[in-house]
Design a protein around this ligand. Structure first.
Ligand SMILES: *Cc1c(COP(=O)(O)O)cnc(C)c1O
Length: 472
């Protein structure tokens, strides 16, 4: 048995560190070793339980209702508030969209109005559920949604309006009171995506209004596996009333097996992330979260200030919580800066050009990053210098023109093999050390081609190794 676990441990050596505060996307570290240990033990205790039927695992019902009550209090939900624990932000958002759609069976071609900065999960929901996404540009100076333009986009097919608190790409909170008021006036549901900010904003002294305290907000999503620092697989979707939630539930009695009765997209679902979230949240408590939020936000603001001082970097917007984005001038490119940071042990996330906005780097700061602030600033300064010496990665003009002209729908598998090779992604099991050339090429490709290329890449990446290659 130890041998097997040792092999797992060896495999993990190649992963990004989940702890230590040097990974500024994907993972969130409280820096509290005891909270992590409690989460791990709760995961182990509940790994075999099944949330499919809360009547036979009554402890799961209790844990979930406790968490919903806790989140309701935090997010100023009225006494009528109900909710569901889901597997993550995407599932919370999928359910919010599906529920809005199914609340209006009278609308044959439902649509939702999104700021252009809304999380990609809404586009996934649009794709899954056939709800048309109507994108409205945000204010180009602040990256915040434009409530008047959004209200002007409402029509008879609108079943949902969305705002972010904050947006993932820029870290700014949309003007939620104005958006929710416009939605309310038309009797349209308004979902606030607080997946990344919902466990931070309530603990700040200077939080903008974003939650159920705002009239017209009908649902809010908040991820526990981000800034509640719980193990992966836990998010919450709250609805203002049970009536608003009802279309979310699914039952099917017309087959020979048990009557299926589900609150989420999953049916059999592990109780482990739920139990771990409950345990970690009990353990850290409100005072603990207040401290963690203060630490992470103060570090984020200092870092944002430091970034503004670095010659060649521009902060896109003042961070409302714990995340921000940075762009670089023509002397260096952000993709090379990201590679240089990676060489120095820091992971930041490239964001490709979008609707005329140049590419940027995303930073999500954890409480654990605070103790390493000086190191991070030094690494950033050195990385910008190194990127400047190297010069920006240039994509040949003919290649960029060719990329812009390709219709991905016309490409076959062999063509994708060729393009992936050209992009530096030909050998799926041997990613290049430097991602800048790959990112630079993707950056000049239109979004539809990026998507097609990356899907082709994933298709090749996720294939079992042949018997000779396999280490197992
Ligand atoms: C992380 C995030 C999501 C998606 O959540 P997952 O847990 O990755 O599925 C949605 N919206 C925002 C604002 C997020 O930060």
């Amino acid at each position: 048995m130890n041998d097997v676990l040792a092999r797992l441990q060896a495999l993990q050596a190649g992963d990004l560190p989940t702890h230590g505060g040097s990974t500024l996307a994907y993972v969130y570290d409280s820096g509290l070793a005891e909270a992590d240990e409690i989460g791990r033990q709760a995961l182990a205790m509940y790994g075999s339980t099944n949330g499919l039927d809360p009547t036979v695992f009554p402890s799961l019902r209790k844990l979930e209702n406790d968490l919903i009550a806790h989140a309701t209090r935090l997010l100023h939900g009225p006494g009528t508030t109900v909710g569901t624990v889901t597997s993550g932000g995407t599932e919370s958002i999928l359910l919010a969209v599906q529920t809005a759609r199914d609340s209006r069976p009278d609308i044959a071609n439902p649509s939702m109005v999104l700021p252009s900065t809304a999380h990609a999960a809404f586009h996934k929901a649009a794709h899954y559920f056939g709800v048309r996404a109507v994108l409205v540009d945000v204010d180009p100076a602040t990256f915040r949604a434009d409530p008047d333009a959004m209200a002007a986009a409402f029509d008879a097919t609108t079943v949902l309006v969305v705002a972010s608190a904050p947006s993932y790409a820029h870290g700014v909170v949309d003007p939620i009171p104005a958006i929710a008021a416009a939605a309310n006036a038309r009797d349209i549901r308004c979902h606030v995506d607080a997946c990344i900010g919902g466990w931070v904003l309530p603990y700040l002294d200077d939080s903008p209004a974003f939650d159920f305290a705002v009239p017209g907000v009908t649902s809010v999503s908040v991820d526990l596996h981000k800034y509640a620092y719980t193990p992966k697989g836990a998010s919450i979707l709250l609805h203002r009333t049970p009536a608003l939630r009802r279309p979310q539930f699914f039952a099917h009695a017309d087959w020979p097996g048990y009557t299926m009765l589900n609150a989420t997209t999953q049916s059999t679902k592990s109780g482990a992330p739920l139990a771990a979230a409950w345990a970690v949240i009990q353990h850290i408590g409100d005072d603990g979260y207040r401290r963690l939020a203060a630490t992470a936000v103060a570090t984020t603001r200092r870092l944002a200030d430091a970034v503004s001082e670095i010659d060649g970097l521009t902060l896109l917007a003042e961070p409302a919580t714990t995340l921000f984005a940075v762009r670089a001038d023509e002397r260096a490119d952000v993709f090379t800066i990201a590679d240089e940071l990676a060489e120095r042990g820091w992971f930041v996330q490239p964001q490709l050009a979008f609707r005329g906005e140049p590419p940027s780097l995303h930073f999500s700061v954890s409480a654990a990053t605070a103790t390493r602030y000086d190191e991070l600033v030094a690494a950033l300064v050195a990385s910008v210098e190194a990127a400047r010496s190297a010069g920006p990665v240039r994509v040949a003009a003919e290649l960029a023109a060719a990329a812009a002209a390709i219709d991905p729908a016309t490409l076959d598998d062999a063509a994708f093999d060729g393009l992936l090779e050209l992009a530096g992604l030909g050998a799926a099991n041997a990613l290049p050390d430097r991602m800048a050339p790959v990112n630079a090429l993707l950056n000049v490709a239109p979004p539809r081609l990026r998507e097609a290329l990356l899907v082709a890449f994933l298709d090749r990446l996720m294939r079992p190794e042949t018997a000779e290659e396999s280490p197992v």
